[in-house]
Design a binder for this molecule. Sequence first.
Ligand code: G3P
Length: 217
Amino acid sequence: MRFFLDTAVLAEIEEAAAWGLLDGVTTNPSLMAKAGVRDFDAHYRAIASITPGPVSAEVLSTTYEGMLAEARHLYSLAENIVVKIPFIPAGVQAIRTLHAEGIPTNCTLIFSPLQALIAAKAGATYVSPFLGRLDDIGHEGMELVRQIRQIFDNYGFETKILAASLRHPQHVLQCALEGADVATMPFAVMKQLFQHPLTDKGLAQFLADYQKLHAGA
Ligand code: G3P
């Protein structure tokens, strides 16, 4: 399973890349706003130059023609850009055209397995089910990943499941168990993947025991 960072903060992307844990980056207009980005094109180029994998950049238009124009422009910024398109009828239409042009897409705001099926039929490279937002309204987000996995396997779709809106390491674990292709997560969640109190306690004990031995020598 690939690990993507769900952020537009360059320092976070640089740190995860240095860990060797960064397979890609996803952004959205909210994350760009949160990072205080003004020049979107320059920022996408900067992210793409640091990231050793796909970088999702989202269109802002909601019309077919508008999304196509934006997608072609975004894809021209860097060769690892994947164009993020919302799951609306015009978006699905745009995904079909972009697929024919060889421009990779990430169909976003997926909340049902049939939405994912439609996006895959249109030729989306990725679908992004938003698990945390389903959990937030009392549904079981992970069930969505399970059902999409089954549908894609039933019919041999090559569209990748990019599990998004992950809130904690348990989400990442469940995604791995359910066969998501990618988990995109906030920087804080990626950091949490390293942490276990017994690892810290065990290391402290090893070092303390070595110090005792050294002190007695
Ligand atoms: O990038 C899309 C998705 O991961 C958003 O997550 O936390 O805003 O629901 P969240």
